[in-house]
Design a protein around this ligand. Structure first.
Ligand code: FAD
Length: 563
């Protein structure tokens, strides 16, 4: 695998590539890995860090999307459920089954709204009662009968529900519990998929902080956002995986399009042990006062994620969580848990992103969440076909990527050589299946590497079976615990900077680790980290200070974290 400097050198000496993928969110990254596996020469670039757009702003659910059934999106739900199950199998270290509970306050309500919504005769959300939810969950189960690693749904009556969740609103009549999937770190999952693609060989190259600035003939001119340098690539096909920025990117390379009509969604992470205890490890998925479906998601340690909003937005660069959204989100909890209040002081992180939805009119909740590949064929201005990846769910990225790769293979007259369907991801390879096997595996690695068992367990929880390589690295290189970040060591950070293209300090704090999301940042820890990352990337004191300032600014302006 090449590092950033080597990849840039390789582009300068060999600017030709079969497929240029612009945008390294999950859809670009998934396509990159699939094409790399087929031996197709490909280059993926992102103007920012990997997985820093919509893919970082998701509700962290791997789900079929029970809500989409009422919009008639049966194909999408069936595909997403299958993909959910595949992700749980292929990346067990970074995904988990997520018990999800819908509190229900009515019997029949909503029964007639769904067909009306489906026929386009009703565009406002209306309260869903027990019968409609039961029907939805029966379909949900039926779609994955015989292929689900998780139990089927169940309905519990009021008494049982209040015994399990005593803090729930006492007006409750039933609760429906079913299983979906969750992930704590979409960013780590995405980077591991990218690394798998890169590991296929030098024909698969990846770069963050590079953007296209214009095209000249068949050349696309790229600008390095770190050095300011410009260099060209000559692709045969362009894959525009810019998510909500797709139309902006086409514009930059002489193409014209109007595919995206994105909506903004914001979430809060709160540190709230009582709320974490009240939900008892379940995601609570419920209808808010305005009829929208919202969620309370059990996050890391005693943190809880609450969201989301759905607001039309023209320029995705302007997506931040506003004061009005914060008020709206804070109001969700007391509706379901009347005795629990969430205050602003309990917010530790906020984030916002734009769903790359297709342009449509009507209410935001009814816009299709399905994906499509919109092709702009060659023209005198754009002498390469541009495949635009519109819409889609994080959950079903693999299916979309496979469809894109198939279209590319068709155009190249090449046959598919490998499938990603059952291919383990990163540290999910050779993952010890049960607790006993895990213990044996961990002890073995500790013995072989000489790294203490406690530390091996910590690494395993973060990186799965990639722990083998990391433990090896720690054993061979100087290592010491960090003073201001317990649980991390200098060697571990150095390894991630070397192997995972950490380019800015915030790449590590927000995406390679979840430290910023759970209130584990301070000026001291940022300064300590800047020393280690800076040592690896040859930063002088001025550059280190610039990185510290940049990180503080991003944390404050984008995530509401004031240090
Ligand atoms: C609020 C919200 C909640 C969601 N919840 C869920 C959920 O729970 N489960 C689920 O399955 N899905 C969910 N989704 C949907 C899912 O997250 C997105 O559909 C998916 O991440 C889109 O990925 P993408 O790769 O197409 O786009 P993105 O992740 O946005 O990637 C596009 C990339 O293009 C880059 N880029 C932009 N301009 C340029 C340029 N000029 N040059 C180079 N690169 C550029 C950006 O930096 C970005 O990294 C949610 C989405 C949102 C916004």
């Amino acid at each position: 695998m090449m590092n950033r400097v080597q990849t840039i050198r390789s582009i300068k000496s060999n600017p030709k590539t079969t497929a240029l993928i612009i945008g390294a969110g999950i859809n670009g990254i998934g396509t990159f890995r699939d094409l790399a596996l087929q031996g197709v020469d490909c280059l993926i670039i992102d103007r920012s860090d990997f997985c820093s757009g919509a893919s970082m702003a998701s509700s962290h659910m791997l789900h079929g999307g029970i809500r989409y059934l009422e919009n008639g999106e049966f194909r999408l739900v069936r595909e997403a459920l299958r993909e959910r199950n595949k992700l749980l199998r292929n990346a067990p270290h970074l995904t988990h089954p997520l018990p999800t509970t819908i509190p229900i306050f009515k019997w029949f309500s909503g029964l007639f709204n769904s067909p009306l919504k489906f026929l386009g005769l009703l565009d406002r959300p209306a309260e869903r009662g027990a019968v409609i939810i039961k029907l939805g969950l029966m379909m949900y189960d039926a779609y994955v009968r015989g292929d689900s690693p998780m139990p089927r749904h169940r309905f519990d009556n009021r008494d049982k529900v209040l015994r399990k969740w005593p803090a729930l609103n006492q007006d409750i009549r039933f609760a429906a519990t079913y299983y979906d999937g969750g992930m704590y770190s979409p960013e780590r999952l995405a980077i591991e998929i990218l690394l798998d693609g890169e590991a296929e060989g030098d024909h698969a190259r990846a770069l963050n902080y590079i953007r296209p600035v214009r095209s000249e003939g068949n050349e696309v001119l790229l600008r390095d956002e770190i050095s300011g340098e410009e260099y060209s690539v000559i692709p045969d096909i362009i894959i525009n995986a810019g998510g909500p920025w797709i139309d902006f990117i086409n514009n930059e390379i002489n193409g014209k399009s109007n595919f995206i009509g994105g909506t903004k969604g914001s979430h809060l992470i709160v540190k709230h042990p009582e709320l974490r205890e009240a939900i008892d490890g379940h995601e609570i998925f419920f209808e808010y006062l305005d009829g929208r479906i919202v969620l309370i998601f059990p996050y890391l340690q005693d943190h809880v994620m609450i969201g989301t909003t759905d607001i039309r937005i023209d320029n995705p660069d302007q997506a931040v969580c506003t004061e009005t959204e914060i008020e709206y989100i804070l109001g969700m909890v007391p509706q379901i848990f009347p005795s629990l209040k969430v205050t602003r002081e309990q917010i530790v992180f906020q984030f916002s992103g734009v769903r790359p939805l297709p342009v449509t009119k009507g209410s935001t909740g009814q816009i299709s969440r399905d994906h499509s590949i919109e092709v702009l064929e060659k023209s005198p201005q754009t002498p390469w076909p541009i495949l635009n990846l519109v819409g889609g769910k994080w959950t079903s990225y693999r299916a979309l990527s496979e469809q894109v790769a198939d279209q590319v293979l068709d155009r190249l007259n090449q046959a598919r050589q490998a499938s990603t369907s059952r291919l383990p991801i990163g540290g999910g390879k050779d993952y010890p299946a049960d607790a006993y096997k895990q213990q044996t595996w961990l002890k073995n690695i500790a013995k072989k590497s000489g790294v203490p068992l406690g530390r091996i367990k910590q690494l395993f929880a973060r990186y799965g079976t990639r722990t083998t390589e990391i433990a090896d690295f720690l054993a061979k290189n100087p290592d010491s615990s960090l003073k201001h970040l317990p649980g991390y060591s200098q060697g571990e950070i150095t390894y991630l900077v070397e192997q995972e293209m950490v380019t800015h300090l915030d790449d590590f704090l927000i995406r390679r680790s979840k430290l910023a999301w759970i209130n584990q940042v301070s000026i001291d820890s940022i300064t300590e980290l800047a020393g280690i990352v800076g040592e690896e990337l040859n930063w002088d004191d001025t550059k280190k200070q610039q990185e510290i300032n940049r990180t503080c600014e991003i944390l404050e302006k984008r995530h509401g974290v004031v240090l």
